[in-house]
Design a protein around this ligand. Structure first.
Ligand code: FPP
Length: 254
């Protein structure tokens, strides 16, 4: 096997990678196991990918760990996922601190069980001084809900007379998003063969490179991340410009 790791150009890494970790249930079913077994094995992948991103020097990693729509799953699975999140954070927080990882949570925090809110708040406090990888967990997250909340915040400012509709800027709008202060993801990975965005960071992914792989999340390990990064580095990011402009670094006439 070629050494994928050494082929990665560290000067051209995405500053923010977002991942839809899909396929835990199918991975477990294919092995004749309960779906929850797939989520447990998925945590091993989480650990590996966090480790790999920290080691490479990626600044932000956002993981879609629980969507707002996931509340509709059978209660036993929802309970098992919440317990897994709480236990994993409790178990890993010392290592996160030691490895200079700073934890953040985006999503409808108030809708999470009390114990989950407590554990996450504590882990965010413990890691708040860290300066390495920012690990962002999307929990009870819905991009449409986040956009709606941002629109409400702007509407309140307008209603209070603090802002005129014609003066609203993209920065004003972004200030109301959960991801305020984070760079937009430059690479979005979805595992398990589904080619959808599924209500994940709809605003923030405007210019992201999308990478879809058939590999189920519990099988997605460091080598798979390196594969995705090499694919990303082979692409040309044009942001609406022509290929010639990008290659010659031509600044458009104004
Ligand atoms: C999608 O697979 C996965 C989830 C809904 C949960 C992902 C959560 C984890 C891996 C645990 C995360 C833990 C931490 C600490 C971040 P699926 O169940 O939808 O799979 P399927 O599409 O095959 O049914």
């Amino acid at each position: 096997m070629s050494d994928l790791h050494s082929m990665i150009d560290r000067s051209r890494l995405p500053s923010h990678i977002a991942i839809i970790m899909d396929g835990n249930g199918r991975w477990a079913r294919e092995r004749g196991q309960d779906r929850v077994f797939g989520h447990y094995e998925g945590v091993v992948s989480v650990r590996e990918i966090v480790d790999a991103c920290g080691e490479l020097g990626v600044q932000y990693l956002t993981l879609y760990a629980f969507s707002a729509e996931n509340w509709n799953r059978p209660k036993a699975e929802v309970d098992a996922l919440m317990e897994l999140l709480v236990n994993t954070i409790r178990k890993e927080v010392d290592d996160l601190k030691k490895n200079n990882v700073k934890l953040h949570v985006i999503g409808d925090f108030a809708s999470l069980p009390q114990i989950c809110q407590q554990e996450m708040t504590e882990a965010m406090e413990i890691t708040s001084m860290n300066t390495g990888l920012n690990l962002v967990l999307a929990l009870s997250y819905s991009s449409r809900f986040e956009l709606l909340q941002a629109a409400r915040k702007i509407a309140e400012k307008v209603a209070a007379g603090a802002l005129k509709p014609e003066d609203i800027t993209e920065d004003d709008f972004q200030a109301g998003l959960d991801t305020h202060g984070f760079p937009d993801p430059e690479l979005m990975i979805r595992t398990s063969g589904e080619n959808r965005i599924s209500n994940f960071l709809l605003y923030q992914l405007a210019y992201a490179e999308l990478y879809f792989t058939p590999v189920h999340w519990p099988d997605f390990r460091k080598q798979n991340l390196y594969d995705a990064l090499l694919d990303y580095q082979r692409r040309e990011r044009r942001f609406g410009k022509t290929s010639e402009q990008i290659q010659k670094n031509i600044v458009p006439n104004v």
